[in-house]
Design a protein around this ligand. Structure first.
Ligand code: SF4
Length: 454
């Protein structure tokens, strides 16, 4: 029997990255070996994103590169959001594709692969009518120090611009016990940092008798022995409760970081986006965070050039940046997505105007970040060391606030720091990162599961 090999490329968000980790585990269990190039692979998978038009086009341009390769016995599959969104149309656009499977059908992947391996030409897993979550102990994680755990899949909101409710299906929460069991297992394997994932983690509802909400789950994960840091993403402002801040205040394991996507600073536009909150309601959440005992870093997502966005709406978004002083933002030009409400809006903003607004927004935020990062000079921060830049002889660390802190070791000690938690003094800053010097190789072992890398 020839060896079974697969290549997988992932586009899009952390949910997709983690789905690919689970798909890799599922394939490994079926005897597949992962390879680094399409040329070496018998099975080629693209795990796709359709949040923006560009991401979708990228997948089809990848597929177009390999049109002839089907004749060489190679199987091509499209997974994820584009698979769900385009469905069987993919076979028309890229006839060499044999497998199309959305994320809500990943539990069916083994059966779908059986059919493809048996020679079926067009196999699909596209049902959204599911209560399943994709839970598997087979997950092959990329990062040896940080692990994702999906706690909720799908989304029940209907933001006017978003395809996710059509691509990932309705909300389905995992039981708190299965989440905690996974967290304990990861702690036992040496993962110190956990990131809880969901399209809207705040609407988590434990389907078991315990009936926990997100704050309760967060608190419990933060108490798992051996876990040193817990982050979560993404939050919807509407469902963001004071109890989440209380949980962060009470447990140092929960990171000083919240990502709270706002999308616009204008209540009028937020209404048009069907975001279910206005500027003031959003700012109430921000005030709660600023009043917390912990110094919580706040990040957000912003869309510029949403249909009908006036200069006044845009100015309100700029004034929101001043008011909140975000630690970082992800900002995008609006791009219409097929099937969404906003696709039908007729007052589109010209591309050139979207670009102008995006440049103004990003420059304003760059200055805010420059200022905020400079305020940290002289402080000591704990970082998880994630890698090394040989060229500059710097270690790459990440603070609890999710800031990148590149640092040197003045002692010229050659020991490998990757995976350890170190204390670093901040000596300089830029808009996107900090620089510093090592103070102590391992921070005091305040938590169980402390690992010394020597
Ligand atoms: S909350 Fe809105 S933007 Fe987020 S996934 Fe759901 S529909 Fe999309």
């Amino acid at each position: 029997m020839p060896e079974k090999t697969f290549y997988i490329e992932t586009f899009g968000c952390q949910m997709n990255v983690h789905d690919s980790e689970k798909v890799r585990g599922t394939l490994a269990q079926r005897g597949y070996r992962q390879v680094e190039t399409v040329d070496e692979a018998g099975l080629v998978l693209y795990n796709t994103c359709s949040i923006r038009d560009k991401a979708e086009q990228k997948v089809f341009s990848r597929l177009a590169n390999f049109k002839r390769q089907k004749a060489e016995g190679r199987i091509f599959g499209v997974l994820g959001c584009v698979a769900q969104h385009k469905g069987e149309d993919i076979f028309e656009q890229a006839p060499h594709v044999s497998l199309v499977c959305g994320s809500a059908s990943y539990n069916e992947l083994p059966a779908l692969l059986d059919r493809v391996e048996a020679g079926e030409d067009r196999v699909t897993g596209l049902s959204l009518d599911t209560e399943d979550t994709f839970e598997t102990p087979l997950t092959r994680r990329d990062n040896p120090y940080k692990a994702f755990i999906t706690i909720i899949e799908g989304c029940d909101k209907h933001c006017a611009y978003c395809v996710v409710p059509f691509t990932r299906g309705p909300e389905r929460s995992r039981t708190s016990e299965s989440v905690l069991e996974e967290a304990r297992r990861l702690a036992g394997q040496g993962f110190g940092e956990i990131q809880l994932l969901g399209q809207n983690v705040n609407s988590y509802r434990d389907p078991s008798e315990a009936g926990w909400d997100f704050a309760q789950l967060l608190t419990a994960v933060g108490r798992v022995p051996g876990i040193r840091r817990v982050r979560f993403t993404t939050s919807h402002p509407r469902d963001f409760t004071p109890q989440i801040i209380e949980a962060i205040d009470e447990n140092l394991v929960l990171c000083d970081q919240v990502h709270l996507p706002v999308q616009s600073g204008s209540s009028r536009l937020l209404g048009r986006m069907a975001r279910e909150y206005g500027r003031e309601e959003y700012l109430d959440r921000i005030r709660l965070m600023k009043q917390a005992r912990r110094n919580i870093a706040i990040s957000t997502d912003i869309i510029v050039g949403f249909p009908g966005e006036t200069e006044d709406d845009f100015q309100q978004t700029l004034s929101l940046l001043d008011e909140v002083e975000y630690d970082s933002i992800f900002s995008f030009k609006y791009s219409p997505r097929a099937g969404t409400t906003a696709e039908k809006f007729e007052d589109a903003i010209p591309e050139v105007e979207k670009s102008r607004r995006l440049a103004i927004l990003q420059e304003k935020q760059r200055l805010i970040q420059l200022r905020r990062n400079a305020e940290l000079i002289g402080r000591e921060e704990e970082v998880l060391v994630e890698g090394r830049r040989e060229k500059s002889q710097q270690w790459i660390g990440r603070t609890t606030q999710n800031r990148v802190l590149n640092f040197t070791n003045p002692a010229q000690d050659l020991s490998d720091l990757r995976g350890s938690y170190c204390r670093v003094r901040v000596t300089g800053s830029g808009p996107n990162s900090l620089v510093g010097e090592l103070v102590a190789k391992e921070n005091a072992p305040a938590f169980t599961g402390f690992r010394i890398l020597q």
